[in-house]
Design a protein around this ligand. Structure first.
Ligand SMILES: NC(=O)c1ccc[n+]([C@@H]2O[C@H](COP(=O)([O-])OP(=O)(O)OC[C@H]3O[C@@H](n4cnc5c(N)ncnc54)[C@H](OP(=O)(O)O)[C@@H]3O)[C@@H](O)[C@H]2O)c1
Length: 311
């Protein structure tokens, strides 16, 4: 018998946002990771617990206690460069967690957040019917986990999302998303190198949380594979320029460079997602997925409200 709660596995950028979104709506949420998150999932009933999700016995103990009705798999490893250097560990971790939750929570609604890196970047537009061909070790690990989850728990939902962005505070130390890193550097008056040959469909963190919450509470089982990209297909250089404009920073600080010269060299040229299915789902209803200019306009005040971070 399951309870009326949600377990969010992974308390990083996306997991924390989803947990907060659910908790704000009054839903009981437990957020887990091996170490506590830098920013606690404050108030409204969201709480954190320690879990190594690759440890089956630990997972069984936690699930026996919580009996969650809904599970979100949004854990790492998520660092593309680390996965490239450690492909076996990356695959083993993602597949182990998928297998464990497929086996231990088959009656729960499970949503796994996956990635556009399951495509090689050859096509400017990847929909749910585009055959996957992973770009890198990270994409191979995520695709293997998608398959493991759907094989063991066919009512699960794989939500592949494009590059996710949102606010992170100036004192976070290390910013996890391109928008935040770019915005803080521009606020410091520093130049930002951004590829002009790496295309993406960035999606706002709040929109990912909103869509995930809708899929979790959907009465009817949603289709097993869904794509969520933003409506704008832009290069990172174009996106950085939009961020500079929204912040009132000089656009000349953005220095377009070739992707091969940057840390994005192993990413697909087209890291772009589009959906043939998601917008038509009744449960998605009135959710508007916002474009990069709207996203930058919405986020800019949070970045300009505080002093620029120390260099
Ligand atoms: N960010 C994006 O733009 C993006 C886009 C597409 C897909 N995704 C996918 O979304 C997921 C989350 O992304 P994110 O950006 O939120 O990542 P993140 O900020 O790196 O967070 C990952 C979280 O997973 C936890 N974790 C890692 N291994 C774990 C384990 N064995 N057991 C329990 N928790 C574990 C980490 O904490 P500990 O290390 O302390 O355990 C951390 O809290 C990833 O699977 C990624 O593939 C992200």
């Amino acid at each position: 018998m399951t309870g009326d709660s949600t377990l969010v596995v992974g308390s990083g950028l996306i997991g924390t946002a989803i947990a907060r979104r659910l908790a704000r709506a009054g839903e009981p949420v437990t957020l887990v990771s091996r170490r506590p998150p830098d920013v606690p999932p404050d108030g409204h009933g969201a709480r954190w617990a320690a879990l190594d999700a690759t440890d089956v016995r630990d997972c069984r103990r936690l699930l026996d206690r919580l009996r969650p009705e809904r599970v979100v798999l949004v854990h790492g490893p998520s660092d593309v460069t680390w996965c490239e250097a450690n492909p076996d560990e990356a695959r083993a971790a993602h597949v182990a967690v998928a297998d464990t939750f497929a086996t231990l929570t088959p009656g729960s609604r499970i949503v796994m957040i996956s990635t556009d890196n399951v495509f090689d970047g050859g096509s400017p537009r990847n929909t749910e019917s585009t055959p996957p061909a992973p770009a890198n070790a990270y994409g191979r690990a995520k695709l293997a986990a998608e398959r493991a989850l759907l094989a063991g728990a066919p009512r699960s939902v794989i939500l592949r999302v494009s590059l996710v962005y949102g606010h992170e505070p100036a004192d976070a130390g290390k910013w996890l998303n391109f928008f935040a890193a770019c915005a803080h550097r521009l606020r410091r008056g520093e130049p930002v190198e951004a590829p002009d040959d790496h295309w993406t469909t960035p999606v706002l963190l709040d929109d990912v949380a909103e869509v995930t919450a809708a899929l979790l509470r959907s009465g009817l089982a949603p289709p097993p594979l869904l794509h969520l990209g933003g409506p704008d297909r832009v290069t990172r250089a174009e996106w950085a320029t939009a961020i500079a404009r929204a912040l009132g920073a000089p656009a000349e600080l953005v220095k377009p460079v070739p992707r091969a010269r940057t840390r994005y060299a192993s990413r697909p040229v087209n890291a772009c997602l589009a959906s043939e299915v998601l917008p038509a789902l009744p449960v998605i209803g009135d959710i508007t997925v916002r474009g990069v200019r709207e996203g930058a306009r919405l986020l800019a005040p949070a970045f300009t409200a505080t002093a620029p971070p120390a260099a």
